[in-house]
Design a protein around this ligand. Structure first.
Ligand code: PMP
Length: 424
C-alpha cells in the first residue's frame, strides 16, 4: 500500500493557508506542484556540478553530462522508450508546445525536400491530409494547422461524442489514403477523457501516416508504454509530471528520429559546418537539441520520473480515480454540467464543469476565496468549448497529492456558488 498522506507531505507548497483556509490545489492539469526531492535536485545541481553538457573536457562537464544523460534514461524508462547510448528515443525540448512545434517544423522542412529521401515519409503537399481532433489543445491544433497552410495540405479532424470523447470509431473514414500525419491527445485537457487511440494508430499505420500523440495529460497520470502503444512520436511537459517548468520531452521511434530533418539550428547539433555547403547534422537526439540545454531542469525532471516510478503509475492511477469519483459529484448539483464523461471510466481526474448563469471567472474567484485553486477560462482549447456551446468553463484537476477530502471541499464550496450570485 502506498502511503499517499506521506507523499502529500513531500510537497512544501501545500502546507499553507490561502485566504484563511488550508490550500486545496486542484489545478494540476495546468501545472503540478513539486516534491521536495525535485526542488532539491535542481539546486543541488547548481551547488555541485553545474557545467555545460557534451562539450567540456573538465570534471564538472563530465559529471553534468552524466547527470543529464542519466535523466534522459530515467524519463525513457517512465514511458517505455529506449535509453541506451546510440539508440535514444527521447529528445529534450522546452515543453510539449516546443516539441509539437519541433515536429511540425521538421515535417515542413521535409516538405521542402530537406532531409533527402529518408525524410520523404514526413513530406506534405497539396491534396495530402493532416488529421487532428476537435478536443485538441491549441498546442496541437495550431502547429499542425500552420503546417497545413504552409504545405497546402488539408486539415481534417475527428468529431466528438456528445460527452466530448474523440470519435475513434470513425478512424476508417476520417483517416484516408491521403492522410500523412495524425495528431491527437491521449487525454484531453478539458474533458479528462482518455482517447481510445488503438484504432486511430492502427488506421494511421495502415495508410502509412505518422501518428503523433499529445501525452501531456497522460504521462503524469497513467502507466505509459509508447512501444506497446506503437506510437510514432509523443510530446509532453515536465512541469505537469512534478518536474520543473521550461522543459519537456519528445519521444520518437528511433528509426523515425533518424530520418527526421532538424527543426532548430545552432550549436551542439552538427558534426561539420562550412561556409559554402550545408552542415552535416549529428544523429538524434543531439540533432534536435540545438543550443545550451536546460540541464538542471532536465536532471530534476529525471528525479521526478524516478519518484513517480517508485510510487508506481498503477497506484497513481488508482489513487486519482478515487478523487475523480468525488469530483464527478459536481454534476449532481443543480445547474452544474460536467463537460466530459460523467462516468468514472476511461477518464482521469480532470473534471471541467459549467455553472448555469455564473461566469467561470466569478466561479473561480468564489472558490478561491475558500482556499481552493481551480482553473477557469477556455484552457487553450476553444473548439471543444464550442462543441459544448460555451466559450469557457471551470476545471478541477487532480495530482498525486490530492485527497478525497480536497474533492469534497470543492463540492461543498460549489454548492453555494449559484445562490451567492443570485441565480438559485
Ligand atoms: N497539450 C495538452 C493536452 C495540455 O494540457 C498542455 C498544457 N496545458 C499542452 C499541450 C501544452 O503544454 P505546455 O504549455 O507545457 O507546452
Amino acid at each position: 500500500m502506498v502511503d499517499f498522506d506521506a507523499i502529500r507531505a513531500q510537497f512544501p507548497i501545500l502546507d499553507q493557508q490561502v485566504h484563511g483556509h488550508p490550500l486545496v490545489y486542484l489545478d494540476s492539469a495546468a501545472t503540478s506542484q513539486k516534491p521536495q526531492c525535485v526542488i532539491d535536485a535542481e539546486s543541488e545541481f547548481y551547488r555541485t556540478i553545474n557545467a555545460g553538457v557534451h562539450r567540456g573536457a573538465h570534471e564538472l562537464a563530465a559529471l553534468s553530462t552524466e547527470a543529464f544523460e542519466g535523466a534522459r534514461a530515467k524519463v525513457a524508462r517512465l514511458v517505455g522508450a529506449n535509453a541506451e547510448e546510440g539508440n535514444e528515443e527521447i529528445v529534450v525540448t522546452g515543453g510539449a508546445t516546443a516539441g509539437l512545434n519541433l515536429l511540425a517544423t521538421a515535417f515542413g522542412n521535409a516538405s521542402l525536400g530537406r532531409g533527402g529521401e529518408a525524410a520523404r515519409r514526413f513530406a506534405l503537399k497539396p491534396g495530402d491530409e493532416i488529421v487532428v481532433s476537435k478536443a485538441e489543445h491549441h498546442s496541437v491544433l495550431l502547429p499542425f494547422q500552420e503546417l497545413a497552410y504552409r504545405t497546402g495540405a488539408t486539415l481534417k479532424w475527428f468529431d466528438l461524442t456528445e460527452d466530448g470523447r474523440i470519435r475513434s470509431d470513425t478512424a476508417d473514414e476520417v483517416i484516408t489514403e491521403r492522410t500523412k500525419v495524425v495528431a491527437v491527445a491521449h487525454v484531453a485537457n478539458v474533458t479528462g477523457a482518455i482517447t481510445d487511440i488503438a484504432p486511430i494508430i492502427r488506421r494511421a499505420h495502415e495508410v502509412g501516416a505518422v501518428f503523433v500523440l499529445d501525452a501531456c495529460q497522460s504521462v503524469p497520470h497513467l502507466k505509459i508504454d509508447f512501444h506497446a502503444l506503437d506510437v510514432d512520436f509523443a510530446a509532453w511537459s515536465a512541469h505537469k509530471m512534478y518536474g520543473p517548468t521550461g522543459v519537456g520531452f519528445l519521444y520518437g521511434k528511433r528509426e523515425l528520429l533518424e530520418a527526421l530533418p532538424p527543426a532548430n539550428f545552432g550549436g551542439s547539433m552538427v558534426e561539420l559546418a562550412w561556409m559554402d555547403q550545408p552542415a552535416q547534422y549529428m544523429a538524434p537526439p543531439a540533432r534536435f537539441e540545438a543550443g545550451t540545454q536546460p540541464v538542471a531542469q532536465v536532471v530534476a525532471a529525471g528525479v521526478a520520473a524516478d519518484w513517480l516510478m517508485k510510487i508506481g503509475m498503477e497506484n497513481v492511477e488508482a489513487h486519482e480515480r478515487t478523487i475523480a469519483a468525488e469530483l464527478l459529484k459536481l454534476g449532481d448539483l443543480d445547474g452544474f454540467r460536467i463537460l466530459g464523461p460523467r462516468e468514472n471510466v476511461d477518464r482521469i481526474g480532470t473534471v471541467a464543469f459549467d455553472v448555469a448563469g455564473v461566469h467561470p471567472h466569478d466561479v473561480g474567484q468564489y472558490i478561491d476565496a475558500q482556499g481552493i485553486a481551480i482553473r477557469v477560462g477556455h484552457h487553450c482549447a476553444q473548439p471543444v468549448h464550442r462543441h459544448f456551446g460555451l466559450y469557457a468553463s471551470n476545471r478541477a484537476s487532480t495530482g498525486v497529492y490530492n485527497t478525497v477530502g480536497d474533492a469534497r471541499a470543492l463540492v461543498e464550496a460549489a454548492k453555494g456558488v449559484r445562490k451567492f450570485f443570485g441565480v438559485a
